[in-house]
Design a protein around this ligand. Structure first.
Ligand code: ATP
Ligand code: MG
Length: 348
């Protein structure tokens, strides 16, 4: 039976953080190891440039860091193909053809793009680069180039997948069945789909800076937890607290397993008990934050250690990316041939 094909990845705009880990990376590694899928991991540098044209060095340097992050959490080049988007010109060809299938009004209506434009107002000023507005189309190119059937994403990216559906539908109805229709999947754990920032903002984002990175030192993690936003109405220990819109509790609900409670906070069996006490009153933020720090340190320590070991040999990482990119390009070129044939763009 033909394996399902996964296309997933990140923009190299900085280091990956615990939002990526919870929302995407942990599951990516599980799916890779299940042996049921063929996995492509894209490092989307061209897409990163759409809102970072002024800082190509950051994008360039982040490619290696994002690759190391993926390897550190368990992406295995023997099982998954990790590649650099900009090195596959066919992806740009596909983008160009797909642009004719999407109206300007539709792009401007895309909720993901609208939110990102609002978040980037300082950078963009009054007007938005065309490339940024068009990035959902380039994402459709990335997805369809590999005939991906499954695209695991965070919740913020779902509207972009919808845009891909429309492009595939339009292309196939105009030029005949050519492109494979993908489906976007979000994490089963609803809370992992959109991890809030340490500042209490709606989304932890590397371009926003409200993050705990996978490679952060033990001291940095502790400092981030200490200054993290909690419930501003929870002034005294005895006051009832709110766990909603409280990133400390949000992170605990995603990361704290019964074994963490047994090891670090045995007075509570699980998250539900801890949250109930906080809401009742009588549980202080200092104690909860200390527990969150213990949990995060436990989860991130092995990742950081693997990260440090991998980072000692950047040449080996670049070699993984080079051979992944060669393999990925072959696939994208085959799809592009198919697309051009379907459109009648064969002359010689
Ligand atoms: P940027 O701020 O530069 O856009 P980012 O932190 O949003 O960076 P991306 O590389 O854009 O990271 O996203 C990679 C993947 O991780 C996407 O599928 C996205 O939905 C998911 N993701 C990003 N941030 C979070 C988050 N806070 N919680 C859950 N998933 C997330
Ligand atoms: Mg993003």
């Amino acid at each position: 039976m033909k394996k399902e094909i996964i296309l997933t990845g990140e923009r190299p705009t900085g280091r990956l953080h615990i939002g990526h880990y919870a929302g995407a990376l942990a599951r990516r590694v599980e799916m890779q190891n299940s042996g049921k899928y063929e996995t492509f991991v894209i490092i989307a540098d061209d897409q990163a440039l759409t809102d970072n044209a002024d800082d190509p060095q950051k994008v360039h340097d982040s490619v290696l860091q994002v690759a190391i992050d993926n390897l550190a959490v368990g992406i295995d080049p023997a099982k998954s193909t990790m590649f650099i988007q900009s090195q596959i010109p066919e992806l740009k060809e596909l983008t160009f053809y797909y642009m004719n299938l999407v109206t300007l009004a539709r792009l401007q209506r895309n909720p993901t793009v609208k939110t990102e434009i609002a978040n980037n107002r300082e950078k963009f000023g009054a007007s938005v680069p065309t490339g940024f507005l068009v990035y959902p189309i380039s994402q459709a190119a990335d997805i369809t180039a590999f005939d991906a059937t499954i695209v695991p994403v965070g919740e913020d990216q779902m509207p972009v997948i919808e845009q891909t559906h429309e492009i595939v539908h339009k292309f196939n109805s105009l030029y005949g069945e050519t492109l494979v229709m993908p489906r976007g999947i979000v994490n089963e754990n609803e809370k992992a789909r959109r991890m809030p920032g340490t500042d209490g903002g709606a989304k932890m984002g590397k371009s926003i800076g409200n993050v705990i990175n996978l490679g952060d030192s033990a001291d940095t993690i502790a400092a981030q937890v200490k200054t993290m936003f909690t419930d501003p109405l929870h002034l005294r220990v005895e006051d009832p607290g709110h766990t909603e819109n409280n990133p400390v509790f949000h992170y605990l609900s995603v990361f704290a397993k019964p074994e963490h409670f047994a090891a670090f906070l045995p007075e509570y069996a699980d998250y539900a008990e801890l949250a109930a006490h906080y809401e009742r009153g009588g549980l202080g933020d200092v104690k909860v934050k200390k527990f969150l720090n213990d949990v995060l340190q436990e989860i991130l320590r092995p990742i950081r250690e693997r990260r440090e070991a991998i980072a000692r040999d950047p040449g080996a990482v670049m070699e993984i990316l080079r051979s992944g990119t060669i393999a990925a390009r072959e696939r994208a070129a085959a799809t592009t041939d198919r697309v051009k044939k379907a459109m009648g763009l064969v002359y010689f």
